[in-house]
Design a protein around this ligand. Structure first.
Ligand code: SF4
Ligand code: MSK
Length: 646
C-alpha cells in the first residue's frame, strides 16, 4: 500500500520500505487492521462478551447479566483466566516438547543430538531436587527429563522449581494457596472453573489465574529455557546482524520462524555442511543463508548468531521481498496469512510441528530420531526452489548490528568475572544509584499500534535515565534493529548506567532471549534478592516489566506470572480485555498489590507508562532507603579487582 500512513505504521525503516514498495494486490496485517475494526464488545473496550455456553454469546454491560446470571465481573475474570491458561499452555507444551527431546537424546534416540551443557544439566538437576553424584551424563539427562515431565502431570504438593524463588516469596504463595501443584493441572482447572456454572467469584477465579500463570513462569517456561540450554548450549554474548537486509540476493534464503529451537538448530548446522553448500552452488546460488523471525530467530540468534530479520509484523514482508526460498515454521505467532503470500511468490511455506498445520502449506513433520535427514531434505527442497526465484528481488538494504546472548549465567559472569561470578556488582550499582533500577521491556508487536514505536521509545528513555533494560521476544528484536543493543547505545545512556556498562563491558540493553526465556529474568531477580542488600523478596526490588505492544495470550500469562512473583507490570497498546469491569481492574491492581506485591495495569499512553514505572521504581528505592544518590566512586584498578572484572 502506497500511503503516507505507512510512516505511522512502523518505526522499522526496512518494514517501511517494504510497505511503500509492496507489489500490487498484496496486503499485510497493517492493512487488515485498518480495514477491520476491533469488535467493540468482545475486545473488552466497551463491554464484555461471554460465549462459554450455547445460551450466549451474552453481551453484558454494567448492571446487566448474562442469561445464566453471570455478572460483568465474573465474565471478565473468566475471560482473563482463560487467556492466561491458553498462554501458559502454549509455553508449557513447548517446555514439555523439550523435556521429551532431552529424554530421547539421553536414551540415544535422537540422531546427531547430544547434551551440550553438562554444567547446566547438573545445576538444573539440583534445582529439580535430584541427586547428581556418581551419575553418568546421559543417565542424569534421562532423570532430569523424566522429573521435568512428571511436573506436568503432578497432582499434589507443589512444583519443585518454585524453590528457585526467594524463600519469602515461596512462603507468600503457600500462605495464599497459589503454589502450583502441577503444570497441566492448573491449566485444566482454569478451564473447569470457567465452564458455565462453576467458579463465579472474580476474586476466587483470579487467585487461580495467578496460580496458573506461576505454573508457566516457574514451570513450563523455565523447563523450556533450562533444557534448551542443556541441549544446545547456554548463550554467551555474541555479535550478529539484524533486519530484512540480511536476506541475501545471491544465496538460498531459508527463514526459520516460530518458537522452537529443535529443528532450526539442526537446519543451521546442516546448512553449513559441505554437502549442502556444494548442492546450492550446483543449483546456481552462492551459498545458503539461514535467518529467522520471531522467537525461533531469538533462539538461534542467542546461540549461533543467526540474524533475526524481523519480529512479528515483519513475517509477511519477508516473503514479499521475493527472495525467500523456504520459510520453515513450527509453533506460535505464525500468521495464517503467510500461506496466501507464499502462494504469490515462489516461497515454500513448510510446517514442521505435529501440532500445527496451515492450509496451503507443505507439511514435513519433525522427528527427532532423524533430525539431520529431515533438515537436509528441507534445505535441499529450498535449494531446488532457488531457480524459481524471479531475477529481481526487493530486499531493503537495511541492517543493524547487535550483541545478543545474555543468559543469566553470562550476565553473572560478566559482572563478577570468571572466578567470582556474582550479581554483587549489579546490586551495588543499584544501591549506590548508578543504576536506578532494572526494566524488562518484552513482548509482541500489535498491528493496531505503530510497529516497534513504543518499545523503542521506552527503551531509549529508560537508558537515558540510568535504568538497565533487559529484553526478550519481539521487543528485543525491535531494539536490535535500531542499534540499541550495541555498546554505542551507551552514548545516549545516563552517566551512571554508562559507567557500569563501560566497566563491565555490556551494552545498556541486554537481549535475554525468546518468550519462554522470560524465565531467565525470574532467575535474575531471585538471585539478586539472594545476593543481598535490596530487600528480602522480589517485590522489594526496584524493577518493573512492560509489554507495550502486546497481542498474544502468552503475554498475559507472562505478565501475570511476573505479578504473582512480586513485580509491577504495565501493558500498553490494546487494553487488557477486562477494562469494562471496574471490579476486575481493581483486583488486578490494588487487590494483587496487597496480595502478592505486584500489579498488572493497563496504561494506554506510552509516556504515562514511562512515568508510572519510574514512580514505582523510585518508591521501591525509597522503601529500601537507597533513594539518596551516593557519591560517585571512581574505580581504580584495585576497586575493579574487588569487583572481579580484571
Ligand atoms: Fe451467557 Fe452465562 Fe452462557 Fe456465558 S455462561 S454465554 S454469560 S449464559
Ligand atoms: S514471538 S508471543 S509476537 S513476543 Fe515470541 Fe513476538 Fe509475542 Fe510472538
Amino acid at each position: 500500500m502506497k500511503s503516507k500512513d505507512n510512516k505511522n505504521r512502523t518505526e522499522d525503516k526496512a518494514v517501511l520500505e517494504m510497505l511503500e514498495n509492496m507489489d500490487e494486490g498484496m496486503e499485510t496485517a497493517f492493512d487488515r487492521a485498518e480495514a477491520m475494526k476491533c469488535c467493540p464488545i468482545g475486545s473488552g473496550i466497551s463491554g464484555i462478551c461471554c460465549k462459554n455456553c450455547a445460551m450466549g454469546p451474552c453481551r453484558v454491560r454494567e448492571g446487566k447479566t448474562g442469561l445464566c446470571g453471570a455478572t460483568i465481573d465474573t465474565i471478565a475474570a473468566r475471560n482473563l483466566a482463560r487467556h492466561i491458561a491458553a498462554g501458559a499452555a502454549a509455553h508449557s507444551d513447548h517446555g514439555r516438547g523439550l523435556a521429551q527431546l532431552l529424554k530421547d537424546v539421553a536414551e540415544g534416540n535422537a540422531e546427531g543430538l547430544k547434551i551440550k551443557d553438562e554444567m547446566k544439566l547438573l545445576k538444573f538437576a539440583k534445582n529439580l531436587g535430584l541427586e547428581v553424584k556418581d551419575k553418568k551424563i546421559n543417565e542424569l539427562g534421562k532423570e532430569v527429563a523424566e522429573k521435568a515431565l512428571s511436573l506436568f502431570g503432578q497432582q499434589e504438593g507443589k512444583l519443585e522449581l518454585l524453590k528457585m524463588a526467594p524463600k519469602k516469596r515461596q512462603e507468600k504463595w503457600d500462605k495464599l494457596g497459589i503454589s502450583p501443584r502441577g503444570i497441566d493441572r492448573e491449566i485444566v482447572e482454569t478451564l473447569h472453573r470457567t465452564h458455565i456454572g462453576v467458579d463465579q467469584d472474580p476474586d476466587h477465579i483470579l487467585d487461580h489465574a495467578l496460580r496458573n500463570a506461576l505454573s508457566d513462569g516457574w514451570g513450563g517456561s523455565l523447563i523450556a529455557t533450562e533444557i534448551t540450554d542443556i541441549l544446545y548450549g547456554t548463550p554467551k554474548a555474541l555479535p550478529a546482524k539484524t533486519n530484512l537486509g540480511m536476506l541475501s540476493k545471491d544465496d538460498v534464503n531459508i527463514v526459520v520462524h516460530g518458537h522452537e529451537p529443535t529443528l532450526s538448530e539442526v537446519i543451521v548446522e546442516m546448512a553449513g555442511s559441505k554437502e549442502m553448500l556444494d548442492y546450492a552452488k550446483e543449483k546456481g546460488a552462492k551459498g545458503i543463508n539461514v535467518v529467522g523471525i520471531c522467537c525461533t530467530a531469538n533462539e538461534v540468534l542467542m546461540r549461533q548468531g543467526i540474524a533475526p530479520i524481523g519480529n512479528f509484523l515483519s513475517q509477511e514482508l519477508a516473503l514479499m521481498t521475493g527472495s525467500v526460498e523456504a520459510m520453515i515454521v513450527d509453533i506460535q505467532c505464525i500468521m495464517q496469512a503467510l500461506a496466501k503470500v507464499a502462494e504469490k511468490y515462489h516461497t515454500r511455506l513448510v510446517t514442521t510441528s505435529e501440532k500445527a498445520k496451515i492450509t496451503g502449506a507443505e507439511h514435513v513433520e519433525f522427528d527427532e530420531r532423524k533430525a539431520p535427514s529431515i533438515a537436509k531434505d528441507i534445505i535441499k527442497s529450498a535449494i531446488d526452489n532457488f531457480k524459481n526465484r524471479k531475477k529481481e528481488v526487493n530486499i531493503p538494504n537495511i541492517t543493524s548490528d547487535l550483541i545478543a546472548g545474555f543468559s543469566h549465567e553470562y550476565i553473572k559472569y560478566m559482572l563478577g568475572g570468571r572466578f567470582r561470578e556474582s550479581f554483587r556488582p549489579l546490586n551495588d550499582a543499584v544501591i549506590d544509584g548508578r543504576i536506578q533500577g532494572v526494566v524488562a521491556i518484552v513482548g509482541c508487536n500489535n498491528a493496531r499500534h505503530p510497529h516497534d514505536k513504543y518499545h523503542n521509545f521506552l527503551t531509549r528513555e529508560f537508558i537515558k535515565r540510568d535504568y538497565l533494560v533487559v529484553q526478550t521476544g519481539c521487543a528485543a528484536i525491535a531494539s536490535g534493529k535500531c542499534g540499541l543493543m550495541m555498546p554505542e547505545a551507551m552514548e545516549i545512556a545516563g552517566d551512571g548506567l554508562k559507567s557500569i556498562c563501560e566497566t563491565v563491558g555490556i551494552p545498556p540493553v541486554l537481549h535475554m532471549g525468546s518468550c519462554v526465556d522470560n524465565s531467565r529474568i525470574l532467575t535474575v531477580v531471585s538471585e539478586v534478592v539472594e545476593e543481598g542488600g535490596l530487600g528480602e523478596d522480589i517485590s522489594d526490588l526496584p524493577v518493573a516489566g512492560i509489554a507495550a505492544e502486546w497481542m498474544s495470550e502468552k503475554a498475559l500469562s507472562i505478565g501475570t506470572y511476573f505479578v504473582a512473583s512480586g513485580v509491577y507490570v504495565a501493558f500498553g497498546g490494546e487494553p487488557i480485555p477486562v477494562i469494562s469491569s471496574k471490579k476486575v481492574v481493581e483486583i488486578m491492581t490494588k487487590g494483587w498489590n496487597e496480595k502478592v506485591g505486584g500489579m498488572l495495569e493497563y496504561v494506554p499512553d506510552v509516556e504515562e507508562i514511562l512515568n508510572k514505572v519510574i514512580n514505582h521504581i523510585q518508591e521501591k528505592r525509597k522503601a529500601l532507603k537507597i533513594d539518596v544518590k551516593k557519591e560517585r566512586v571512581l574505580y581504580d584498578m584495585e576497586a575493579r579487582r574487588e569487583l572481579g572484572n580484571v
